[in-house]
Design a protein around this ligand. Structure first.
Ligand code: NAD
Length: 472
């Protein structure tokens, strides 16, 4: 039977810009079989050869960066310059793991007796099923594929149904790897994604996406005790202390809140500003926010593109309406831009006078909305930051070292950014506390997620064991 197709829509124009097959469980099964067949050979490939092939992928991503960035903008709406960054970061991730895969090491541990050697090896799982969301499809796939391959696994990747065209266009780049090392299957989450998760031939599921879908995936994996690596949602906080340069801090907050129209897992979605600077900070944030250009991401002057679709915009509007109903004050934005008749646009929005009873301070909004609340003392700020089910990242602007120490010690989040929001570093692990997931990508920790430890206990003399156990 011929696979059905999924249409891909440009969120800036609402026009259909392509389609991909909605692949069936049988097609997923064939892809998993190819990845399984490739696994023994890939696992045995010498580290220097793996590293060369990963560097080749990085180079391929760089060679095709402009073409891929344009596809990303057409299918996902993110401004072109942000997509050029996404291509750059994706290539850099492959280079990083190419380097790290040559430096992998086990370790020798103290043995029980002198006649023994005891050591730890780190082995791949086998076939990794990777599932990623639409907001950074190439980057988030790179954060899984590069460490998974460096660790010796093969991968079957399912890109998101909203933005699959860029991933499909990467097939030619991955084809430089031996057949089956990276397989791509396209389709809807429920059909294609779930087939990948339920398939007995996948050994680990690496998922980035929403809390709801992550929870569902964890439940499916639990039934067969398959490892689920989960990178979920966020509700990141940004604390601005009274000693900050207000002009700089206001721009940094706006950038962290409105990058990719607020559709970043680490978007700033809650801002806490010291009461002594609250009014002036809001003035500066308003002025800067109103200067941002909203429009089609293919236009060079665009700062903020569209939301990915009607459903996401509906949720954003609901959060703003809920806040206003409960007494928040609209500082700027709060509506669809007048001049843009088509596309899922929403004005960058600043809200003041918010509290933790409002949806906009509790649930992930995933849109260009920046609610700002005043705090009196730093203990209160810390309590507010931690008053969230999520714990992905948290930002602080201050010049005071004591305050920085209290922040990174007290905040429950996987990444703490001080005076430089949302900067990822390939060498630093990225992931969440609490409902944000608990897994880690990037860094050595990101490699370890795709490996299982094996302890080898070797005695050079063959022991005849007594029937009782000597260690109690
Ligand atoms: P989503 O959970 O709806 O979808 C993510 C992926 O899962 C898509 O490929 C989708 O097709 C697939 N999927 C959906 N239902 C499935 C199912 N039943 N079985 C298997 N696969 C299924 O998320 P989204 O709307 O695409 O992305 C936005 C969410 O992703 C936000 O919550 C955001 O915070 C989160 N996110 C997290 C990170 C991170 O690193 N922590 C990064 C980016 C985005």
């Amino acid at each position: 039977m011929k696979a059905q197709k999924i249409a891909v829509r440009n969120p800036a124009t609402e026009e259909i810009v392509g389609e991909v097959p909605n692949q069936s469980p049988q097609e997923v099964s064939a892809a998993v079989a190819r990845a399984r067949a490739a696994f023994p050979l890939w696992r045995a490939t010498p580290a220097h050869e793996k590293a060369r092939l990963l560097h080749d992928v990085a180079q391929g991503l760089r060679d095709h960066a402009e073409k891929l960035a344009r596809i990303l903008t057409r299918e996902g709406g993110k401004p072109l310059r942000e997509n050029r960054d996404e291509m750059d970061w994706s290539a850099s991730c492959f280079d990083y793991y190419a380097g790290i895969c040559r430096q992998q090491r086990g370790r020798v541990i103290p043995s029980i007796e002198p006649s023994q050697l005891a050591f730890i090896l780190h082995e791949p799982y086998g076939v990794v099923g990777a599932i990623v969301p639409w907001n950074y499809p190439i980057l988030l796939a790179a954060w899984k594929i590069a460490p998974a391959l460096a660790a010796g696994n093969t991968v079957v990747l399912k890109p998101p149904q909203q933005t699959p065209l860029s991933t499909v266009a990467c097939r030619a780049i991955y084809s430089g790897l031996p057949l089956g090392v990276v397989e791509i299957v396209t389709g809807a989450g429920r059909l294609t994604g779930e087939a990948l998760i339920r398939h007995p031939g996948t050994d680990l599921i690496a998922f980035t996406g929403s809390l709801e879908v992550g929870r569902h995936i964890a439940e499916i994996c639990a039934r067969t005790v398959k490892k689920a690596h989960l990178e979920l949602g966020g509700k990141d906080a940004f604390v601005v202390c009274a000693d900050s340069d207000l002009g700089v801090a206001a721009k940094a907050v706006a950038w962290a809140a409105f990058l990719n129209a607020g559709q970043v897992c680490t978007s700033t979605e809650r801002v806490y500003v010291h009461s002594s600077i609250y009014a002036e900070f809001l003035e500066r944030l308003k002025a800067f926010t109103e200067s941002l250009v909203v429009g089609d991401g293919l236009r060079p002057k665009t700062d903020v593109g569209p939301l990915i679709g009607a459903e996401v915009r509906r949720k954003v509007e609901e959060h703003v309406a809920d806040a206003l109903r409960r007494g928040a004050r609209l500082v700027c934005g709060g509506k669809r831009p007048k001049g843009l008749k088509r596309g899922f646009f929403y004005e960058p929005t600043v809200l003041a006078g918010v509290d933790h009873g409002m949806k906009v301070m509790r649930e992930e909004t995933f849109g260009p909305v920046c609610p700002v609340m005043a705090y009196e003392d730093f203990d209160e700020a810390l309590r507010l930051v931690n008053d969230s089910p999520y714990g992905l990242g948290a930002n602080l602007y201050t010049r005071d070292a004591q305050t920085v120490k209290r922040f990174f010690e007290g905040v429950q989040a996987g990444t703490i950014w001080v005076n430089d929001p949302l900067t990822d570093n390939d060498a630093g692990p990225f992931g969440g506390f609490k409902a944000s997931g608990g897994s880690r990508e990037l860094g050595e920790e990101g490699l370890r997620e795709f490996q299982q430890a094996k302890h080898v206990h070797w005695d050079f003399e063959q022991k005849a064991k007594p029937w009782w156990y000597p260690y109690g």
